[in-house]
Design a protein around this ligand. Structure first.
Ligand code: NDP
Length: 466
């Protein structure tokens, strides 16, 4: 290992999932590594994203579990929900994880600098609060992003984003959430399950662009059945506070919404504004995302970037994968490009949806001939419960070579299933191997291996009966 004349071999700006993984791996190899983080360790995922969100999803699920229990013979006493108890317990878990992140960094020998780091030049980092500079051979930008505050909207300062939604002093009675992506839909379902009257406002034709259309339509129907109102092809024109303290939004369809919280979930922006990237010669795109090459190198030779700050796939496991590629490339002399093909992903809506590989629309754009296997059914657990919720399982198969190129699931534990089917799709498994796999009975997932006949075939862009 070559020791450089710099203070550090690697300086990581940002202590989120990607930055921490890269720092730990480099330090474990014996390199001198520092991470600068002014906030709690763990980044968006641990502090204001995946983890606290999933805990709130679990909280919401109890509402239906209590209802469903009656069909199974249970008599429950009065139930009630305490938002502050959930927040307290959730935050304690987040603190525990912050501690684990810190302990792991320490164990690996990483120096954690609780400070704001900005570039003086490509090798020199200024620690703003300590008012000193340090030097590093390699610098990794892993600063992530923050919710788009949508400053162009009149009255945007009256609205909350997901960051504030976690910390609301009390649950609102009525909320409207703008956006049709992951965050809008997940929070809509959480608030709805916890008893809040929820409206979703989406500019497009159907929520959750980029997912399979069958999944999008069925999720739309299912969450509307649960009481969420969805207004499509509409945006906010203006938000204002009324004299009684409540909020009023003028919508582009000419109507008005009134209630006590307005949430914007209109995408996220990279946290690059104050990093001094120009002083380091690091270029960004128009949104402010750091531009990187195939090996995550920026326009400055010694500076790399990964995670939500680059405009690729803003998911925690992707940032961690990118961190491992970065280590291979920079510290193991083994140039490794991140692999973005067939990333399994789930939206923890209620019901959940999960996907890996091609949607039917994508297959239409890229494959000449393909087959669709689809089943919609009421999962067994809903029967005695008297719950009408349906489940959808869909496979897209390339007719040219029988490869399963896409799997789409809506229903209980869809996220768990996507992890397993993700392995099969990553391994380019053929439909014949799905058919040859014995079903696990009785499960909902067994439908994945018992759809022997296609629902329909698509040949040269035309749907034909199977
Ligand atoms: P998304 O990109 O998923 O959704 C943004 C939504 O805002 C889209 O519906 C988009 O519409 C809409 N939008 C954007 N700009 C405007 C505008 N100017 N006016 C009106 N509507 C607008 O972002 P999120 O913030 O929901 O989430 C960010 C990312 O974080 C996700 O993409 C995902 O990668 C990650 N994430 C993952 C989760 C998970 O794994 N379960 C959970 C939460 C977040 P349109 O569709 O028309 O572009």
């Amino acid at each position: 290992m070559t020791q450089t004349s710099y203070d550090y071999d690697l300086f990581v700006i940002g202590g989120g999932s990607g930055g921490v993984r890269a720092a730990r791996l480099a330090a474990q190899m014996g390199h001198r590594v520092a991470v600068a983080e002014y906030d709690d360790l763990g980044g968006t995922c641990v502090n204001r994203g995946c983890v606290p969100k999933k805990l709130m999803v679990y909280a919401g699920e109890y509402a239906e579990h209590f209802e469903d229990a009656a069909g199974y013979g249970w008599t429950l006493g009065d139930t009630s929900f305490d938002w502050n108890v959930l927040k307290r317990n959730r935050d304690a878990e987040v603190r525990r994880l912050n501690g684990i992140y810190g302990a792991n960094l320490e164990k690996a020998g990483v120096e954690v600098l609780r400070d704001i780091a900005v570039f003086d030049d490509a090798h020199t980092i200024r620690l703003v609060n300590a008012d000193r500079t340090v030097t590093a051979d390699k610098v990794l930008i892993a600063v992530g992003g923050y919710p788009n505050p949508h400053r162009a909207l009149e009255g945007h300062e009256l609205c909350i984003t997901s960051d504030a939604a976690f910390d609301l002093a009390e649950l609102p009675e009525k909320i409207i959430i703008a956006g049709g992506g992951y965050i809008a839909i997940e929070f809509a379902c959480i608030f709805n399950a916890l008893g809040v009257e929820v409206t979703v406002l989406y500019r497009g034709m159907e929520i959750l662009q980029h997912f399979d259309m069958d999944v999008r339509r069925l999720l739309h129907a299912e969450i509307e059945n649960k009481g969420i109102k969805i207004i499509t092809k509409t945006i906010f024109e203006k938000v204002e506070r009324k004299e009684d303290g409540s909020l009023r939004a003028a919508l582009s369809n000419g109507s008005f919404w009134e209630g006590d919280q307005i949430m914007l979930a209109l995408g996220r922006l990279p946290s690059t504004e104050k990093l001094g990237l120009d002083r380091a010669g690091v270029q960004t795109d128009r949104k402010g995302c750091v531009l990187v090459d195939d090996h995550l190198k920026t326009s400055a030779d010694n500076v790399y970037a990964l995670g939500d700050v680059i405009d690729r796939v803003p998911l925690t496991p992707v940032a961690i994968h990118e961190a491992m590629c970065f280590i291979e490339t920079v510290f193991k002399d083994n140039p490794t490009q991140p692999d973005y093909v067939n990333i399994p992903t789930a939206v923890f809506s209620h019901p959940q949806i999960a996907t890996v590989g091609m949607s039917e629309d994508e297959a239409e754009r890229t494959l000449e001939n393909f087959d669709v296997y689809r089943t919609i059914f009421r999962p067994m657990r809903n029967i005695l419960a008297g719950r009408p919720d349906r489940m959808l399982i869909k496979l897209v198969v390339d007719a040219a070579d029988d490869t399963v190129v896409g799997a789409h699931i809506l229903g209980p534990e869809a996220g768990e299933m996507a992890q397993l089917i993700g392995i099969a799709i990553k391994a380019c498994v053929k439909k014949a191997q799905f058919d040859a796999t014995m079903a696990v009975h009785p499960t909902a997932a067994e439908e994945l291996v018992t759809m022997y006949e296609p629902t329909y075939r698509v040949r040269k862009g035309k749907k034909v009966a199977a």
